[in-house]
Write a protein that binds this ligand. Sequence first.
Ligand code: PLP
Length: 394
Amino acid sequence: MAEARRTIYMDHSATTPVRAEVLEAMQPYFAEFYGNPSSIHSVGRRAGVALAQARRTIAALIGAKPSEIIFTGCGTEGDNAALRGIALARRQATGAKRIITLPIEHKAVLYTAQDLAEHFGFDLTLVPVDGEGLVSVEALASALGDGTDVAVVSVMYANNEVGAIQPVAEIGALCKAAGVPFHTDAVQAAGKLPLNVDDLHVDAMSTSAHKFYGPKGAGFLYLRGGTPFLPYMTGGSHEGGRRAGTENVPFIVGMAKALELVEAEREQENARLRVLRDQLIGGILENVDGAMLTGSRTQRLASHASFVIRGVEAEGVLIALDLAGIAASSGSACTSGSQRPSHVLEALGVPAVDAVGGLRLSLGHSNRPEDVDYLLARLPQIVGQIKGSVPVEL
Ligand code: PLP
């Protein structure tokens, strides 16, 4: 019997496997050193020491102080905490009530900003992006004005659907000069782009461990000392009174280990993946009928390739790829079976009829050159077959 082919995983922007070293670092903190890190006794202190060490490790990796790290449960929580916590506190202090963000943000930011506008009396400014998904610093500066009426600016570091990297450091410098708090959603950037918070001029930055080979259910929010912030979760005095709730010690230990590893390998791994990504992009544009690149050629994550394929629906392509042993994504957050095109592709000006054919291939540790060869061998056939048999109706 032929040996079963391993699954080729090309959906690292959705999530990543937990690395063996990470799992090993986490293991003792489930049943051996299980204490509550807030307890006075030695069992608790053992966990408390690990928590403090993880906080120091993460802080050092991003150029922050340990007290500026707030552990969260995920990227969505960090985004909510930053927007709600900062916007409410700054309005209370100064009366500023405008929130500036991008139409291509992850829904964790976009829907939170919309919720603050709809239910909490804030005004929302969405700064448009160009056809490659990039915001211009000039457009952001003009939306910011003198900043006195702005409660918070939130601009994602890298986009999850089209991989576009925003000029975060320049925007951060603008906000700093205007005295306006600046948040970046770095969920897709962590482990792939430099995270030094002073170089980026960010006041707040959210991340999620499961995107960089850590466990699901852990993240951290960097919050610069002195940034206005109202605690969004009240209760005990955990996390400096900014996020109540007993910390998830094993997951946090794992997250710190995972960040340490990806940071150490970042440049080398990016260089390796960039070659594979460019082969994917070149091969798909050349050989797949109707394929167009979405996002920027140059300002994009080294691990990220995204397309729309004219004349097909993403779901059919993804199912056929899965049957061929390749895990990929449409890149859009549309739920399967729904025809609503991605808000990101819409903001890039991709016509709805094309946006239903989104394909995102996001690379990572497990991918080898032969994976790219295999995908490039199968995708043209798959698309050809679907185009022959499945009419797209809109
Ligand atoms: N922000 C971005 C850019 C993301 O890609 C994601 C997840 O895909 C999130 C936020 C939410 O992160 P989490 O799944 O940890 O809640």
